[in-house]
Ligand binder design. Sequence first.
Ligand code: PBG
Length: 326
Amino acid sequence: MNLTHRPRRLRRDGVRSLVSEASLDASDLIAPVFVDATTDERQPIPSMPGHERVPVEEAVDRVAAVRETGVEAVMVFGIPEAKDEIGSRAWADDGVVQRAVRAITDETDAYVITDVCLCEYTDHGHCGVVEEGVPGDPTLTVKNDETLDLLRETAVSHAEAGADMVAPSSMTDGMVGAIRDGLDGNGFAEVPIMSYAAKYESAFYGPFRDAADGAPAFGDRRHYQMDPANAREAMREVALDVEQGADVLLVKPALPYLDIVSGVREEFDHPVAAYNVSGEYAMLHAAAEKGWLDLEAVAHESLLSIKRAGADLILTYFAEDVAERL
Ligand code: PBG
């Protein structure tokens, strides 16, 4: 048989890595870190094996452990000591994220990104100010424009604490512009914004909401997060954030939305990030625990597929495990 085309020629060891199109590198990964002001002991997160909420005093140790794996960047999430209607601990100078970021930037060389949102800080668990109404009424909505001031203030307080980059995740219209304004007006013109530009209303966030204690007390997030049915709309969402000055464009979740990752990669020239979310992590762990999947292999393959789809950076709970084996 004389076949001209034998794709198998390039699949043998020795040559396969020369021709591989995508690869994983620890420098492309961001490790999420949960800092909890309500505890003085580490609290394991049952639905996210291997992850813990750490007290503020242990934030530095936690990040030092991430750095040892070769991962250079962390995303800090905070669980505040108290919640209220408007989430005022989100921008407090002595808030959980502010204290943790000060310590981390003083004592480690990690690149520190902060999640800018209000859902962990509001007593109703929504990502902004809610309308006056009867609590428990599922038709209550989050007031967009009133929320912008609070997000701006939160982002500025993170930068004041030393955050290298801020990442607004509340899907408030205009959030990137408001935050850019706040940062520029307060001497932080060099702090980039990674916008959760296309964030879907996804059931894959379940384990995170346990971890960060941010489940909405009533209603859901359908009126501000994106409809999973829509792909073209994502391009409009992303374009708006680009106009407002987003530096990095994030798509979330990752695996069920690889078409969006690849669409954003095609349409925009900005760096593209993807968030391999808590549910994507939890389901692989659950299957591996049953002996149905090889965890190391599927974790690696998942992250590789996200890179192949066009992501430059990946926010993932697998960051440390995968980086250690690279
Ligand atoms: C806050 C926020 C959420 C996640 C990241 N930032 C929760 C949400 O929107 O409900 C989810 C991350 C994950 O599932 O890993 N708005």
